[in-house]
Design a protein. Structure first.
Length: 212
């Protein structure tokens, strides 16, 4: 299903990369049975987490600069780990405050030999580095964390938030003083990009891009 989904997304995936995604999936299934990191398994896990994360790849791959990427509240590694497998020219930091989840992430990074990924077990407020691209998914309302996200964003960088319904996104943007597709009173601009996640029916998915 991962291979079929990538084909539908028009994402080229060499056999070695597909094998790495499958090893990651199997490792997550193993840990998930004991710790319940995500509420999905089997095909549902592939669609709602792997393919959902990679649906944003064509958009994120075109961003410049993206030498450094921070994935906030990485959890079981989404979207950071799947993105890191494809964006090999970017250096990723997976930020996770849970010791158990951070241990899982470190295990997967070692298992897959991902030289462009490191895991930090800490909260966002303690981070001093700055990044070209900051991603998050199922972490927090955008308006609530925007000041903290801006603090770790490099000049000219982009915040990329994986979100669901357009109506809810617009409410979050209004609360943050932003409007979709145009500059508001804030110096930031936001764009809402619809995502098509293969095999996911009846649910809206979007990528919200906020440029510094």
């Amino acid at each position: 299903m991962i291979a079929e989904g990538l084909e539908l997304l028009a994402i080229d995936c060499p056999p070695a990369r597909l094998q790495a995604l499958e090893r990651y999936r199997l490792e997550l299934e193993l840990w998930n049975r004991r710790y319940g990191f995500v509420k999905a398994s089997g095909d549902d896990l592939v669609v709602r987490h792997f393919l959902d994360s990679l649906a944003g790849l064509p958009v994120l791959a075109r961003l410049s600069p993206r030498r450094t990427v921070l994935d906030v509240g990485s959890g079981a590694g989404f979207p950071g780990l799947p993105l890191a497998l494809f964006l090999e020219d970017s250096r990723f930091v997976l930020l996770e405050r849970s010791a158990r989840k951070a241990a899982f992430l470190g295990n997967v990074v070692a298992l897959l030999g991902l030289a462009n990924v490191r895991v930090l077990e800490m909260q966002l407020r303690g981070l001093e580095e700055r990044f070209d691209l900051v991603t998050f998914r199922a972490w927090s309302p955008l308006d609530r964390e925007l000041p903290a996200l801006r603090r770790v964003l490099a000049p000219g960088g982009v915040i990329a938030a994986y979100k669901g319904r357009r109506e809810r996104i617009e409410a979050e943007l209004r609360a943050a003083g932003l409007s979709a597709g145009e500059a508001g009173r804030s110096p930031l601009e936001a764009a809402v990009v619809p995502l098509r996640v293969p095999f996911l029916e009846g649910e809206e998915r979007h990528l919200v891009l906020v440029r510094g």
